[in-house]
Design a binder for this molecule. Sequence first.
Ligand code: BGC
Length: 511
Amino acid sequence: MTIDLDAPGSSGLLDASSRREISFLSNMYVLGLTLTAGIGGLLFGYDTGVISGALLYIRDDFKAVNDSSVIQETIVSMAMVGAIIGAAGGGWINDVYGRKKATLVADVVFIIGSLVMCAAPDPYILILGRLFVGLGVGVASVTAPVYIAEAAPSEIRGGLVATNVLMITGGQFLSYLVNLAFTEVPGTWRWMLGVAAVPAVVQFCLMVFLPESPRWLYMKDKKSEARVVLEKIYNSDRLEEEIDQLAAAAMQDLESRKRSVSYMDVFKSKEMRLAFFAGAGLQAFQQFTGINTVMYYSPTIVQMAGFASNQLALLLSLIVAAMNAAGTVVGIVLIDRCGRRRLALFSLSGVLVSLVILSLAFILQSSCNSNNQILSLGFCSSGIGWFAVVGLALYIACFAPGMGPVPWAVNSEIYPEAYRGVCGGMSATVNWISNLIVAQTFLSIVELVGTGGTFMIIAGIAVLALLFVYIFVPETKGLTFEQVERIWKERAWGSKASSSGSSQKLLEYVA
Ligand code: BGC
């Protein structure tokens, strides 16, 4: 077998796109695999969404919780602490034991956590359960995107990884519905938290029958097993092409595979530093542009905007969650058409405009409250509240198709095989840490600079995010993993270095 990475028109990489025509719905095997892996996303979304509702009833049952906001905050944030640890360790589990075992481990930990929470006799056991559930969610948040991306044909990879994000946003929506459904049932919060074990059991059972990721198998020298999996995904022409590419990638990773990749190795090579900077930066900006302030605090925001009724606030937050899920569907459709970069740039521009609207609405409202002159000019009415709600809706409509799925998709595809778990894990950890920081500081910053000021700060972060994506994030739409690797080599060492190096190594490997 010979492959020349530099010759256009060879069986190698450059002409690959000409025959890449698998559509999203045409390959039921890959779609089934994606939906099964995506149950990890569902657990992620459900778990992050359910706690705000459940907490209201936990407070009723445990006096210690009711009396202490520290215990309440610990119950909420312990799952995020678990997710931070789970995502960091999950990357390593993925690389050493494979994507399938990582998913199974995440399920077991998640099931234990759900049952512990459901049966918790006191708040401290409940907190322990939250930690377990968080660990499971953290491992799943690294594993599902990588497993899906590695089985996906490159032309639909973005849409398939974004399907996992649809499961996250769908899970959040579902959690709000479940919160409503169990309000009258005895044992309310125990059901709300315990019921999450069901999808985890379902995923465990389905996953037993699904294969390990073909790319992981190939890199671990289980070439015939990898081939059996790939035969289920591709027709015979495409199969040989994919296997050629795996051989090229295996060759390129040969050096790094001699030793096992450690977390520190990521920072030793220039191209890995560039890739990780882009991936982790996207994850941080996803959180710091405020999505979870909107998801966790939308009822509060709606009330801040002057709508006092609890029910209206809850209804509007259900609508926000539904819009978020619907917007993710738009992202699935667009991500392999427009590309990741363009989608992120459009998304961030809309997010910026909506944050400015939200900010102005709140600034105007607070000046209305303190200044009767403006009131008499007619600026102040319930219209301002609606102005804020429009800002909120526009925010979700712009965020959901772009900055929701793009960071997860990009992180599932920008790292070489040997580093995919470790780097994906580290950048998911950055996502969870950023999430925790935003969740813990939002209300205090609001107290300090007001709601309008807070949204203005987030708008400033959106400007930085736009610049970041524009400068540091390359377009990876439709590219094979090997083509993406080449982008980093070119960015690190210039175009000649990347092509002559890879050709030389390939010739040595083939010889
Ligand atoms: C983010 C989550 C967020 C969700 C809601 C995901 O992409 O990672 O933190 O809650 O989107 O849209």
